[in-house]
Design a binder for this molecule. Structure first.
Ligand code: ADP
Ligand code: ZN
Length: 207
């Protein structure tokens, strides 16, 4: 199964992807995570991406698309994958068409108020990647594995405002672009498990 996840920053794409991976034979491919890995390893791609990410702008297509195309070729993607954070523009979606077909697109729809509430509180486990929010979890270590939590460099108010604008302007048009494959999931106030339930039913119907 080949799935695209659409949704604004902080809509909960990463958490939803992790839930899908538990039940379906797919790997999560997050272009944001790939860039952060490159930055950590000091690669050329990382150095280039950092300047854009720090500002909350999109990394140029030629870099992003090439990185994604290479990642998708790897063996662990054979059974399927979830794209989290790619494509982020019509141009990237057009490029993706020449790389692979896609079975389903899931849009995670969360009200803007809720997104703003979540943004500065996001914390991520440095070891297992579990995602928390200080509004519901105020410890500094991971509940699952005990490793320290960290806040992403770009999770600050200035960058977040721009990232949300980029989403509305450049990424949201993909909702129409993928109309024939689209499933809309409403982010539930009851939490990620409730958000995931209808998505799971939808994906089971595709198998
Ligand atoms: P979020 O969805 O919370 O904004 P991501 O981890 O998906 O976080 O992305 C972080 C940053 O990485 C983006 O602001 C952008 O600079 C860069 N990035 C990630 N995916 C892409 C992409 N498909 N195209 C261009 N830039 C990207
Ligand atoms: Zn952890």
């Amino acid at each position: 199964m080949k799935i695209i996840l659409l949704g604004a920053p902080f809509s909960g794409k990463g958490t939803l992807a992790r839930n899908i991976m538990k039940d379906f034979d797919v790997v999560q491919i997050s272009t944001g995570d790939l860039f952060r890995e490159n930055i950590k390893n000091g690669t050329e791609v990382g150095n280039l991406a950092k300047s854009y990410m720090d500002k909350g702008e999109l990394v140029p297509d030629e870099v992003t698309i090439k990185m994604l195309a290479e990642r998708i070729k790897k063996d662990d993607c054979k059974k399927g994958f979830i794209l989290d954070g790619f494509p982020r523009s019509i141009a990237q979606a057009e490029a993706l068409k020449t790389i692979t077909d896609i079975d389903a697109v899931i849009e995670l729809d969360v009200p803007l108020d809720e997104i703003k509430r979540r943004c500065v509180g996001r914390r991520i486990c440095s070891k297992c990647g579990e995602i928390y929010n200080t509004s519901t979890y105020d410890k500094s270590t991971c509940q699952k594995c005990g490793a320290p939590l960290f806040q992403r460099d770009d999770d600050n108010l200035e960058t977040i405002t721009l990232r949300l604008e980029v989403y509305e302007k450049t990424t949201a048009p993909l909702i129409n672009f993928y109309a024939d494959k689209l499933f809309v999931a409403k982010g539930s106030e009851k939490g990620p498990e409730e958000t995931y339930k209808p998505v799971k039913t939808f994906l089971e119907g595709l198998k």
